[in-house]
Design a protein around this ligand. Structure first.
Ligand code: PMP
Length: 423
C-alpha cells in the first residue's frame, strides 16, 4: 500500500515536494519520541517531524489544552475579536524575548513570519535593501526566498528587495577570531557601499537547513554591533534555534550583547500545530501604514497549544536539558564516528546537530553518502533529516524531551548506519 500511496502522491502533488526514503514512509501514530509507520514498524524520531514536534508526540498537557479548546466549539475565530490565549501568548513571548517594550504578531508559519519581519523592517527604515547570510534558509515566499542564501534562487529577480549576502557560519569549525574579523569587514563594506540606508540584517544564529552550522563565536555579536552603528535593524530568524533547542532559550543568546530588534519564531512553539510570529521593538512593530491581519495567525487552537508547550519548557527546564542531552549526543556521535573516512565533522549546538559527510575518495562533500546513511538509519529504526548546502549533512534534532536512554539508542543507530555505509 505504501507503493500505491507513493504513486498517488507523485500524481497529485508537485515534483518539487521530495519524499524521504526509496520506500516512502507514512507516519500513522506517535507517542513520546516514537512514531509508528504505515509499514507497521516503530521508529525513534530524531527529526521531530521536521523539527516542529518539539516535545514529542501525544504529550498529555498539550493534548489536554487542545481538547479543552476543541470542546468550546471554536477552532477559528477572527482576530477582530479578543482571543484570550493569543493575548496571553503575546505577553509571554514578549517577556521571554528579552526585547525592551516588546510587541508580538502571530502567523501560521515561519515563512509568513519572515515575510512580516522583512515588511516591518523595510517600512520602518524606508529601504528595500536587506543583508542576509550565505547558505541561509528563511522560507518559500518571494521575500523569504530573496534573502535565502541558496545560489539556485539568487539572481532570479524574484522581489523588490535588494539583497546582499555576507558569510554565514565558518567552513572550518576552528575558524576563530580571524574569521569573525574578516566577515565583519565584509559586512562593513557592504553597509558603507550601500547607496542609501540599509533596512536590516537577517540571520539564523545556527544555520539549520545548512546542516546545523553555527556562526563562529562572536560573529553574530560583531555583525550586530556594525549593523546597529549604521542604524539598520537586526532580525534574528529563530525558527529552528528558538524555544531552547540549542541549549539557550534563543540561539542569539550564545553570544553576549546581542539584542535583536525583531525575532522570528515558528516550528516547535505550538507542539506541532501551525504557529509562527514576530516579536520586536514596539516602534518597529507599529510601523505598517494600514491594518494588516492574518485569518489564521494566532488562532485559538494553536495559541492554546503554545501556552501548554511553553509551560512544559519552563516547568521541566527543557532548555538546560537540551544543553546536557545535546552535549551527550554530540560526544557519542563524535566518538562513534571518529575515524570513518566518510565523516567530515559533527556540528551544531544543543539538540540542533548535523553530521557532514564526504566522499572518501575525493574528500568533497557527498549528498550520496548522507542519503545512504539516512536510508540505513531508517532500516535500523531511526528517523533523521537531510540538509547542508549540497545535501551532504544528516540533521539530528530529537524532541527536547528525549531521554538519556533514547540519546544512547539514537546515537548508536546513527553510528551503526554510518559504519555500514562507510564499508
Ligand atoms: N526560517 C528558518 C530558519 C527555517 O528553518 C524555516 C523552515 N525550515 C523557515 C524559516 C520557514 O518556515 P516554514 O517552513 O514554517 O514556512
Amino acid at each position: 500500500t505504501s507503493h500505491h500511496l507513493t504513486d498517488r502522491h507523485r500524481a497529485a502533488l508537485p515534483p518539487w515536494m521530495p519524499l524521504s526514503y526509496t520506500d516512502a514512509l507514512e507516519i500513522v501514530s506517535g507517542r513520546g519520541r516514537t512514531v509508528r509507520g504505515g509499514d507497521g514498524r516503530d521508529y525513534l524520531d530524531f527529526y521531530s517531524g521536521v523539527a516542529a514536534n518539539m516535545l514529542g508526540y501525544d504529550v498529555p498537557q498539550v493534548r489536554e489544552a487542545i481538547e479543552r479548546q476543541l470542546r468550546t466549539g471554536v477552532v477559528h475565530t477572527s482576530t477582530f475579536y479578543l482571543i484570550r490565549s493569543q493575548i496571553e501568548l503575546a505577553e509571554r513571548i514578549g517577556r521571554l524575548s528579552a526585547i525592551d517594550d516588546p510587541v508580538a504578531f502571530f502567523t501560521c508559519s515561519g515563512t509568513e513570519a519572515v515575510e512580516t519581519a522583512l515588511l516591518l523592517a523595510t517600512e520602518y527604515r524606508r529601504s528595500r535593501h536587506v543583508i542576509a547570510l550565505r547558505d541561509s534558509y528563511h522560507g518559500r515566499s518571494f521575500g523569504a526566498l530573496a534573502v535565502t542564501g541558496d545560489r539556485r534562487w539568487q539572481g532570479a529577480g524574484l522581489t523588490p528587495l535588494s539583497v546582499d549576502h555576507v558569510p554565514g557560519g565558518p567552513v572550518r569549525a576552528d575558524a576563530g577570531e580571524d574569521w569573525v574579523a574578516s566577515c565583519t569587514r565584509r559586512l562593513t563594506r557592504v553597509l558603507d557601499d550601500a547607496a542609501g540606508p540599509v533596512a536590516a540584517l537577517i540571520a539564523e544564529p545556527v544555520q539549520g537547513v545548512a546542516g546545523a552550522a553555527p556562526l563562529a563565536d562572536g560573529q553574530l555579536a560583531a555583525y550586530a554591533r556594525v549593523v546597529r552603528e549604521r542604524g539598520a535593524l537586526l532580525i534574528c530568524d529563530e525558527v529552528q534555534t528558538g524555544w531552547g533547542r540549542t541549549g539557550r532559550l534563543w540561539g542569539y543568546q550564545w553570544d553576549e550583547d546581542v539584542r535583536p530588534d525583531l525575532l522570528v519564531f515558528a516550528k516547535g512553539v505550538a507542539g506541532g500545530l501551525p504557529l509562527g510570529g514576530v516579536v520586536g521593538r514596539r516602534d518597529v512593530m507599529s510601523c505598517l501604514p494600514m491594518p494588516s491581519v492574518s485569518t489564521f495567525g494566532g488562532n485559538p487552537l494553536s495559541t492554546a497549544a503554545a501556552l501548554a508547550t511553553l509551560d512544559l519548557i519552563e516547568e521541566r527546564d527543557l532548555t538546560t536539558r537540551a544543553l546536557h542531552t545535546g552535549r551527550a549526543l554530540r560526544s557519542l556521535l563524535t566518538g562513534g564516528l571518529h575515524g570513518l573516512a566518510s565523516v567530515r565533522r559533527v556540528q551544531g549546538r544543543g539538540l540542533l546537530l548535523g553530521v557532514a559527510f564526504q566522499d572518501p575518495a575525493t574528500a568533497g562533500p557527498s549528498a550520496a553518502v548522507a542519503r545512504a546513511v539516512q536510508e540505513k538509519c531508517r532500516e535500523n529504526g531511526l528517523l533523521v533529516g537531510l540538509g547542508g548546502t549540497t545535501g551532504h549533512c544528516v540533521r539530528v534534532m530529537p524532541p527536547l524531551t528525549v531521554t538519556d536512554d533514547e540519546v544512547r539508542q539514537g546515537a548508536a543507530l546513527l553510528v551503526q548506519a554510518a559504519r555500514e555505509v562507510d564499508q
